[in-house]
Each structure stands twice: as C-alpha cells, then as structure tokens.
Design a protein around this ligand. Structure first.
Ligand code: PXL
Length: 312
C-alpha cells in the first residue's frame, strides 16, 4: 500500500522550458527522413522491459531509437536477485558528445531512473535538445499494483515527479498517478466498482497536469472485468477499453510508452495510438497466459511486432 507524503508533488521551481505551441503543431509531418528519438532507459538482460522493448518497438514502427542507458542490469528488479551497473556518472557524456556532433531529436523519451541524480541529467538533456518540434515523453516509472519499485526511494519519486512536469506527454499507471498527485492508491482503487470511477480518475489526473499543453495517458485502470486507458488533457477526457487478462506483467508499461512515442513521431493521433498499444499488449498477454508464466519474464510481444509495422 502506498501512503504518499505531501512532499511528493510535481511542482518545482526548477523546471525545463516548455514550448508554448501545441505538440501536434510542433511535430513536422513533412519529412521523409526516419524520425529520431533519444531513449533514456535501462538495459535489462531479462524482463523484456526498458530498452529491450523500446528498441524493438521504435524500430519496427519506423523510428530510430538512440539509447542513453541509465543502467545495465542482469535482469529487472522484480526477480529474486539482480545486479545493477549504475551509469549515472556516464550519462552526461551522451549530452556532451551528441552536442559536439550537432545531433537533434524528434522525440525524447525517458523511463526507468536508476538513481535520483539522473533526473537532473535528463532535465539538462531535455533543455539542451528540445526544439519546437520535439515531443518529450516521460514515463514516470515508479511502481505498480500499489507498490513503489524496490530500487526507488521517496527522493527518487520526488525527482521523477519533477521530471514529469516538463513533458508533453506522461504515461503513469494508476499507482504512479497516485504518487504524482499525492493520493492514496488503495483508497482510490477501492472505488473501482463505483459508476463514477472513471470520472474520479479524470479528476485525479487533472491534478497531475502541469501545463496547458500536457497530455496524460493513465494506463491499466481495471474496472468491471475490463482494462481502461485514459487520455486526459485540461479540457478533454477519453477512455480506451480493452480486454483484461488478469495480473500485471513486466515491461507492458515500457511497450505501451514506446508505441505511444513512435506513434506520436509518426503523426498518429493520440487516441488511436493508445488503442493500438492496448490492442497490441492485450494480444501478447493473451498469448503469454496460454502456458505457465512468470510475470517477471514479460509478455510474448516479439511474435506480434510485425503488426506495429502496419499500424503506422
Ligand atoms: O518496467 C519497469 C522497469 C524497468 N526497469 C527496471 C525495472 C522495472 C520494473 O521493475 O526493475 C530495471
């Protein structure tokens, strides 16, 4: 159970600069060039999450992934043992070298944070490389199923909330939405049987919107045997309904955010992108649970990647 301290808000006096025009106005659809996204995430040997998922998804969707590894792990942290090589002290080299090489990006997407100091480095990277036509997507990875990930401290969560405030799009699950908005997960989730549960989620999500152009996609909302994903802005709210196949699996949040990132860069409207992501994950989960599985091993997404190629 999560009991969020009031310190965990996403407000900060030190934020990155946010362009005024809307994201869709800023994304250029005119170029035939392959779009490029900087992907700031870890590389885990097992778990089918983070960079392993992102590199596959972005590539098949016709977007070049440019990885900045935050850490290299033997496997994601949900397994009974893991070893983590923290790369915090190397990350600035990417900003440095890519600046010297005059690189530019159509998208910047960040996920798992291995150390709270990484947020400052990622913020600097965003400030350095964000242009009017760059989509910044922050997946505020912090926990799942009402629990904060074992490697995350309260300070790390506070920093992640700060990073989320600077993004064009954020993709929290319900647990992360509660951390972003300083709400109690158990209390919110206990209302899932109420008729107005989805409206309640929208009201909660509005509290996490940090600027007028920001969009929030809240993933994995379980209600009445279905799984909903909410697409929220200050003015609008819509829900995408999908089949629910039981528990949570490693890497699904990363696959979801990766599809959203690639779709955004390819000019797919956000609701359609969310629908595609939900369908894709649902198919892969359905396939995974046909045989005995360990949730830590992730889902059989490789079998269905070809479908993403056709979605853009
Ligand atoms: O998918 C989220 C994630 C990413 N990276 C690592 C993790 C987790 C979730 O447990 O441990 C290393």
């Amino acid at each position: 159970m999560i009991n969020m301290s009031s310190a965990l808000t996403h407000n900060s006096d030190k934020q990155t600069d946010i362009p005024a025009a809307s994201l869709s106005d800023r994304l250029r659809a005119d170029s035939h060039k392959v779009k490029k996204a900087a992907i700031i995430n870890d590389l885990s040997g097992f778990g089918k999450c983070s960079l392993t998922a992102s590199i596959a998804v972005l590539s098949v969707m016709g977007v070049q992934p440019c990885p900045i590894p935050t850490a290299v792990l033997t496997n994601q942290t949900g397994y009974k043992n893991h070893y983590c090589i923290d790369l915090t002290d190397e990350m600035n080299r990417f900003t440095e070298m890519w600046s010297l090489n005059d690189e530019s990006f159509d998208g910047i997407y960040s996920g798992y944070i291995a150390d709270k100091r990484q947020v400052e480095i990622i913020s600097d990277f965003i400030n350095r490389f964000r242009s009017d036509s760059t989509a910044v997507i922050v997946d505020p990875v912090m926990g799942d199923d009402g629990r904060i990930y074992s490697a995350y401290s309260t300070e790390t969560c506070r920093e992640v909330c700060r990073l989320a405030a600077s993004a064009d799009i954020i993709t929290p699950n319900l647990t992360e939405l509660c951390i972003l908005t300083d709400n109690d997960f158990s209390e919110l989730n206990s209302q899932c049987g109420d008729d107005n549960f989805l409206e309640k989620i929208y009201e909660t999500a509005k509290g996490a919107i940090s600027h007028i152009e920001q969009k929030i996609v809240v993933t994995g909302i379980k209600k009445g045997g279905y799984l909903y994903n909410g697409v929220f802005s200050k003015q609008d709210c819509s829900f995408v309904k999908a089949q629910c196949h039981g528990g949570s699996f490693s890497g699904t949040g990363d696959i979801f955010a990766s599809i959203l990132c690639a779709s955004t860069l390819r000019g797919v409207p956000i609701e359609k992108a969310v629908e595609n992501a939900a369908d894709f994950i649902s198919l892969a989960v359905e396939d995974t649970i046909k045989e005995p599985y360990d949730r830590n091993d992730g889902i059989n997404f490789e079998k269905f990647l070809y479908m993403l190629h056709e979605s853009v």
